[in-house]
Design a protein around this ligand. Structure first.
Ligand code: IPE
Ligand code: IPE
Ligand code: MG
Length: 237
């Protein structure tokens, strides 16, 4: 790798387009989700190998519960299986898994599998994988506000002490800001993904559906990141 090549410290991936990927192949939508797991495994290995420090993956939004029950049930089983089996390689690769999102109303079996992988990887110190399940920025804002208000109510905190640092510390996870957000499938929106954390992120919208978002596609995205001129409100040539 070129010595001047910069990797984003924190990458967000909105893994979109699984349903359309399957439909184009004459398959049912859920086959797209299944195929996405294979893509995701390769991506995780790659991100850990090249030295990405933080990756946030949008797997299921608070709004995705609006989908047909059969698709939601399929996804919940897929999450459970993935955390129990498919992603066990993360333990050996020194990846730490954390989750963002509301636990309610996720099924107990999914929560157990989530808790298990968090526990098993908690001492790892390579890539931090923040998996967003039943996640929404609006819900996070509500939950963060409640957490802070409860501390004020208990007398642990005064209103004057509420500042940006405190809000950051009370988000679902206290991670560095997003540098680069990738949304596959060509849609140009955030769909409630990490709005607070993405305030100065660069955005990239490849046309490919997530199951086709290969390691080569990821490297293309990293290349694109290196062509961005980030200013953070200041002035830079
Ligand atoms: C993303 O793919 C996966 C989830 C939202 C769970 P979609 O299921 O949204 O696929 P499209 O966008 O309908 O093609
Ligand atoms: C966003 O995709 C959520 C995930 C990728 C998990 P959606 O497919 O749910 O978003 P919309 O409905 O097209 O905005
Ligand atoms: Mg979609």
């Amino acid at each position: 790798m070129d010595k001047d090549f910069i990797l984003p410290n924190h990458v967000g991936i909105i893994m979109d387009g699984n349903g359309r990927w399957a439909k184009e192949r004459g398959m049912i939508r859920t086959m797209g989700h299944k195929s996405a797991i294979k893509t995701l495994k390769e991506l995780c290995l790659h991100m850990a190998d090249i030295g990405i420090k933080y990756a946030s993956l949008y797997a299921f939004s608070t709004e995705n519960f609006k989908r047909e029950k059969s698709e939601v049930d399929f996804l919940m089983d897929l999450f459970m299986d993935s955390f129990r089996k498919e992603f066990s390689f993360l333990k050996e690769r020194n990846v730490r898994v954390v989750f963002s999102g509301r636990r309610e109303p996720l099924p107990e079996k999914v929560l157990d599998a989530m808790d298990q992988i968090v526990e098993e990887t908690k001492d790892n110190n390579n890539l931090v994988l923040n998996i967003c399940i039943n996640y929404g920025s609006h819900a996070e804002l509500v939950d963060t506000t409640k957490k802070i208000c409860e501390k004020v109510q208990r007398g642990e905190l005064s209103i004057d002490e509420i500042n940006e640092e405190l809000i950051q510390k009370n988000l679902y996870q206290d991670l560095p800001p997003l540098d680069f957000v990738i949304r596959t499938s060509g849609e140009l929106r955030l769909s409630n993904f990490m709005m607070y954390q993405a305030s100065y992120a660069e955005f990239y919208f490849p046309k490919v559906y997530f199951p086709d978002f290969t390691v080569e596609e990821f490297d293309k995205a990293m290349e694109e990141f290196n062509h961005r001129n980030r200013r953070f409100g200041g002035v830079k040539s």
